[in-house]
Structures are given as C-alpha cells and as structure tokens.
Design a protein around this ligand. Structure first.
Ligand SMILES: [Zn+2]
Length: 490
C-alpha cells in the first residue's frame, strides 16, 4: 500500500459553500483555507470548483454476497427464455468473469414464460463453457451439459433442476470459496468509485481473520467495521476483542459490533409485528410474524457483549421486534444500533433518542418494498420506513444498502431517503423524507475539518441543488481514503 503523500486539493467547494484549498498531509486534513489564501504544497490536484465532502460509508453490507452477485449475469429484468439467452450471449461476448470456470447468472423467473426453458436452446447459445443460471427465488436452476457434468447433475430436456436436487447442488458448490482473489478488490474499487470509504460488514463469517487477510492481498480501498455473530462471540471475547479495536496494521479494519437477528422480513411475512398480517388467521402460530431469537436470549447476548466491551447491532424489522429490542437495550443500559427499524410504533420513536440508540436504515428498500408494505402493513405504512419520524424524534441515523439486496451506492440510498420516489412513481409518504444535509451526515463518519482523517469525496454536482435522479447518479470525480486516492478522475 502506497504511503499517503502531501496533496493540495485546490478550488473545492464544501457542499453549499465557497471554494477552498485543502492541504492533506500524513493521511490527515492539515489545513483548509479560502482558495488562494495559502501556498499549495505537495502535488496540486485541481478540483476546479467541484464539491467536496467527507467520504461516504455504507452502514449495512453483506460483502461476500455482494461480490458473488456482481459476478453473476443480471437476469432480474428478463421476461422470457429468449431474453435470458440474449443476456447470456451478451455476457459471453463481453468476457463476463467466470467463477471456478463457470458462468453464473441470477434472477430469472420462469413462472410466466410463454415458452418454457429447454436444454437444447441453452446448448445452442453456449455449450463449451459451463453455465449455471439461478432463479430469482433461488428454488430452481437452469444449466447446460458442461455445468451438469461438472457438478454431477442429471438433466432432462428442460435443463432445469428444481427444489431438493437443485438446492443440494447449490449448497454443495461453495461460490464464496471459488471466488478469485481479485474479485474482492474489484468490488471494493467499484464501491470507492461511488465515493465509499467504509462499510459495516454483516457477513456471517470470521471477519476478524478474513478481512485483514484481504488487506494483505491488496484490498485496500475500504475501511471495514466487521460484525461478529453470536456463534463467534465467545471466541472474540476470549481473544480480548472490543468494539473499535484495529485488526490490521494499516488501521483499515476494525472490530465492530455483535449482530443479532430477532425477526424475519417483510416479504416473507416473518417480520414480528403487533398486528396480524392480512389474510393470515389471527389465531395461527405466526400470524404476526416470528421472533427468531427469544427476548431472554437477546438480553443475555447483549449483557455478555456489553460486559466485554462489545457493542451491539440488532436486526429488527417489525414493530413488535423493535419494541422488544428497545426494551432490551433499556434493560441493559447499553447504547447500540437497531438495524432496519422498518416498522415502529408511534410511541416507540422517541425511545431511540432517549436510549442513545442509532437507527441504521436502508432507504432503497422502501422503494423496492412499498407495494408489498402497502399490502402486508396496510393502514400502518405512515410509520413504515419512517426516516422523517426517526429523525424528528432525535434518533441518530445511518444509511446503508444491505447490498446485495440494493446497490452498494450511497447516492442511491440518499436519493431514496430524501425523495422517496423512483422512476415515474409519485413519492411514497413524502412526510417521511429526510432533509439532504441529514442524509449526507448519515452517510459519513468524519467531518471536513483540520485534524480529521483525509477521507473525502469530490463530486461534479452540488448535492443541495440536485433533483432526485441527479442525486441518484451523482458523478464522483475522486475518492480519498486516509490521504490516498482510491478513485480518481481529476
Ligand atoms: Zn442485512
């Protein structure tokens, strides 16, 4: 990793302000002065009136799943077998990356195709390279003979495998282990190209060992705060790890928080709510969703982590799950983060601030899930994805993507948070919009100030003057992490 150099970033406008020159030395912001007021030192980089702000963080990422997804051909927009085959052909022509010698695709939905999938059609498109296409719901796979031979599968005329035999096959092929070393670097560099300097990693794996190993292999364009799941909590405590501890020599990787998941999701009607889901018998076992970790166990985990100096980030989507997690934090007296906080009771909003809790929210989910929320949470969506209510009640906010569920791009998250619309649709509960300055602050950690880490993003447009789509597609001219450029077009 190159040592940071002395740089003068000349003529950059802090959001909404007059141009300044920024001196960066030893990885820190060493000086900020009105443009031309100080003698430039080191390399002069002309910002030419572009806008500058603190580097961006994505506060909720599953990075390995993200790396896997971005290497698969995107089939989510296809509507027929023909469109899938066209996408495969295009990917081959463009030299799409192979994983363990196989071309992977994801996201087709064959339920409504007028012409069914056929092995012959897939073989006609590609027979020499093994191809495995995963359906959008993960319950079915379409593959050619080369892939079937490789994976030991038996195919019929459709080339499709469903349920049991397919799921076993998918589980037996460890795509994460088959990723080439540069896959992580490419994905980290791509995030840096959107202004990202750091992520909170929620992958359920040995983040303490794996991320420092990746840094040693050259994945150096992101800071990573790696969570620990309950099954590795005792191991972390035995190793003496505390939240905020540095895990690598460059100070890029830090030990994060204990992640506990207390309920399910909106789409699967497993988010734990106070009211039953419409259409489910209110007397049935899971009419209000599911509690995946019982409250006493959550309390025990929080107390155990807190006593060892480890913070907590608890996944709670339904309003009952949020109430239970708020109660648990209150009982243990520890600060922490609630991940998602998608549905919150009116009387619970103020408790976030009272208890010193941060709500870590994923605004693009509101765009993806507004119709399903209008259905499953009918009559309650005024307090769903309620970023405005959380902010007005004084809760600390962090924005994230939950990549690969939504794109790892903070500008998309900020656009969704501040406008609550996408495409040609009207805004969904516009009273729950966040002000732009709050969305920017919730997407960064440091500040543009002398003595701070030189984690910066330089952009072509003023975020305060952008409309929804301009914010969503913000051109990023440069990203700097600790005084090094991790992305640069200036
Ligand atoms: Zn997640």
């Amino acid at each position: 990793m190159n040592a940071p150099e002395t740089i003068t970033l000349r003529g950059a406008r802090p959001y909404g302000a007059e141009p300044v020159d920024i001196v960066i030395r030893d990885g820190l912001i060493a000086g900020i002065a009105p443009m031309g007021a100080i003698d430039p030192v080191g390399e002069i980089v002309e910002a030419a009136g572009r806008w500058v702000g603190p580097g961006l963080w994505d506060s909720h990422v599953h990075f390995t799943q993200h790396v896997i997804r971005r290497r698969r051909i995107d089939l989510t927009q296809t509507r027929s077998a023909g469109e899938v085959l066209d996408a495969v052909r295009t990917a081959l022509d463009e030299g799409a990356p192979l994983t363990d010698g196989m071309l992977m695709g994801y996201g087709f939905r064959d339920g409504l195709w007028s012409e069914p999938a056929s092995l012959a059609a897939l073989e006609e498109t590609v027979s020499d390279v093994p191809v495995v296409l995963v359906s959008g719901d993960l319950h079915c796979g379409w593959m050619n003979r080369a892939a079937a031979a490789r994976l030991g599968a038996e195919l019929d005329d459709t080339g499709l495998l469903r349920e049991g035999p397919w799921i076993r096959l998918l589980h037996s092929f460890d795509e994460a282990a088959a990723l080439p070393p540069d896959a992580y670097r490419d994905a980290a560099d791509a995030a840096a190209s959107r202004g990202v300097v750091g992520i909170v990693e929620f992958e359920n794996t040995d983040n303490v060992a794996e991320w420092p190993a990746r840094v040693a292999e050259g994945v150096t364009s992101l800071r990573v705060e790696g969570a620990v799941w309950p099954d590795r909590l005792e191991q972390a405590i035995a190793a003496g790890l505390r939240t905020g501890d540095r895990l690598d020599e460059h100070g890029l990787i830090t030990f994060g928080r204990l992640k506990v998941v207390v309920d399910g999701s909106l789409n699967t009607r497993t988010a734990w709510c106070w009211d039953p889901y419409p259409g489910l018998d209110p007397a049935s076992a899971h009419a209000c969703g599911m509690e995946s970790v019982p409250v006493p166990e959550l309390r025990r985990l929080l107390e155990r982590a807190h006593s060892a100096g480890i913070g907590a980030a608890v996944h709670a989507i339904g309003d009952r799950a949020n109430s239970a997690v708020l109660d648990s934090f209150e009982a243990t007296g520890m600060p922490g983060v609630i991940e998602h906080a998608q549905l919150v009771r009116d009387e619970d909003f103020s408790r976030f601030a009272e208890l010193g809790l941060v709500a870590s929210v994923q605004p693009e989910h509101a765009m993806d899930d507004r119709d399903i929320a209008d259905h499953h949470w009918a009559g309650r969506t005024g307090r769903a994805f309620a970023f405005g209510s959380l902010h007005r009640s004084g809760a600390g906010l962090r924005l994230g993507s939950d990549a690969p569920v939504a794109p790892l791009d903070p500008w998309i998250s900020m656009s969704a948070a501040t406008d609550r619309s996408r495409g040609d649709r009207v805004a969904w509960h516009p009273e729950q919009r966040l002000p732009v300055d709050i969305a920017l602050a919730a997407s960064a950690r440091g500040a543009l100030a002398v003595g701070q880490q030189a984690d910066l993003v330089v952009v072509d447009r003023d975020p305060y003057a952008c409309d929804r789509d301009e914010l969503r597609t913000m051109p990023v001219a440069a990203t700097m992490l600790g005084g090094r450029f991790t992305w640069r077009e200036i």
